[in-house]
Design a binder for this molecule. Structure first.
Ligand code: XUL
Ligand code: CO
Length: 437
């Protein structure tokens, strides 16, 4: 197969003064900050779905993307060529990881058996390409939302056969993820929710979803797959309401069904904003529960109410994201996965490079700024001191569970009232962040 991106060289780090659009200005993979290379801190991944299957179609018009390596057919041979093009892209970009849904990489056949055979054929190419390039699989997943058989959901379908099909599909997707030595496996409940409660038994659907995840946990042990399981929250789209609506809802669901020890969260920026939260909020909710696993790095348009999946370029967003990621110990199995797509109007192959280079540079800057803020220490010290009243006296007694209502009443009757002890200093802290941006 001829090169997919013949005009594009391997992308190099040229530093902040470079005007070359096909060079990194801030992402120097080998640079070490806070004891780790940028490559190991950020663990960038390219998604197969938007980058190699996205056509640019929208509800108002057909696809626009020019992808000369793709003949547009549903053949296995085309899927194999596409895999080679994808690895040429990962290699030229210097992305250490990629992610896929089963149906991104290989076409469905007439039967489940034929579909699985198609998958096996393409997985052979992926495996060879992984060996050739040393690019690794960050996580795999099963697409349980595109095919009409999942119109009512997969694990939460009213049709028990749809549940059985989903189980078979997840089993196979876990097997190929394991074979490709994936660091993780993600569950995004594409249609696990409802369009109207008038036709929905919410309790029964949630019980079924938990059952499906327990079956996956059981099979993971049988398979010997050691990768991390993730759940990816999203509140709506395609459904009106999805059960995994945000980090807090996911954590509650996982706890209620004894699944929390087996899962971490894969948080996506645009899903956070659809849920009415900031990404920072979602990261802190997950981090506080010890369940911060990985991120789908993108951004939404603040003026549009849907999942626009744009590439992240805001330095504030990447700074706040990396501040939380570092606070909770950095990525272990997870990474920064660009679940983002170029705009319909950005139809040339080179736009894929501009998009990813921009995202990687924005995250490199966010990481370096976050490291500098942490090394400076004023932000952390401020937060610690804000809670100083809990470190001794009555605060320490309450925290240790040594003060009941009677004692607290006696304490307050004696003291009379509280005196405000500290300003929140939001403006001072916002200025402090700007010192580093
Ligand atoms: C959909 C979405 C998915 C998941 C994987 O909004 O983010 O692509 O990341 O299924
Ligand atoms: Co995602």
């Amino acid at each position: 197969m001829p090169a997919a991106f013949p005009e594009i060289p391997k992308i190099q780090f040229e530093g902040p003064k470079s005007k070359n659009p096909l060079a990194f200005k801030h992402y120097n993979a080998e640079e070490v900050v806070a004891g780790r290379t940028l490559r190991d801190h950020l663990r960038f991944a390219v998604v197969y779905w938007h980058t190699f299957r996205g056509t640019g179609s929208d509800p108002f018009g057909a696809g626009t993307m020019q992808r000369p390596w793709d003949d547009g057919s549903n053949s296995v041979a085309n899927a194999e060529n596409r895999a080679r093009a994808a690895f040429e892209f990962f290699e030229k970009l210097g992305a250490p990881f990629y992610c896929f849904h089963d149906r991104d990489i290989a076409p469905e056949g007439d039967t489940l058996r034929a579909t699985n055979r198609n998958l096996d054929a393409v997985v052979r190419v992926l495996k060879a390409e992984q060996q050739r390039t040393k690019v690794k699989l960050l996580w795999g997943t099963a697409n349980l939302f595109s095919n009409p058989r999942f119109m009512h959901g997969a694990g939460t379908s009213c049709n028990a056969d749809a549940f059985a099909y989903a189980a078979a599909q997840i089993k196979k997707a876990m097997e190929i993820t394991h074979e490709l030595k994936g660091s993780g496996y993600t569950f995004w409940g594409g249609r696990e929710g409802y369009m109207t409660l008038l036709n929905t038994d919410l309790k029964r659907e949630q019980d079924h979803l938990a059952r499906l995840l327990h079956l996956a946990v059981d099979y993971k042990k049988r398979l010997g797959f050691k990768g991390q399981f993730y759940i990816e929250p999203k509140p709506k789209e395609p459904t009106k309401h999805q059960y995994d609506s945000d980090a807090a809802a996911c954590l509650n669901f996982l706890r209620a069904y004894d699944l929390l020890p087996h899962f971490k969260l894969n948080l996506e920026t645009n899903h956070a904003t659809l849920a009415g939260h900031t990404m920072q909020h979602e990261l802190e909710v997950a981090g506080a529960a010890g369940a911060l696993g990985s991120i789908d790095a993108n951004t939404g348009d603040e003026l549009l109410g849907w999942d626009t999946d744009q590439f992240p370029t805001s330095i504030y967003l990447t700074t706040y994201t990396m501040l939380s990621v570092l606070k909770y110990g950095g990525f272990k199995t997870g990474g920064v996965n660009f679940d983002a797509k170029v705009r319909r109007e950005s139809f040339e192959p080179v736009d894929l490079f501009h998009a990813h280079i921009g995202g990687m540079d924005a995250f490199a800057r966010g990481l370096k700024i976050a490291v500098a803020i942490r090394q400076d220490g004023r932000l952390e010290k401020f937060v610690r001191q804000r809670y100083a009243s809990w470190d001794s006296g009555i605060g320490a007694k309450i925290e240790k569970g040594r003060a009941g209502f009677q004692e607290l009443e006696a304490y307050m009757l004696e003291k009379g009232d509280i005196t405000p002890n500290a300003s929140g200093r939001q403006e001072y802290l916002e200025n402090l962040i700007n010192e580093f941006i």
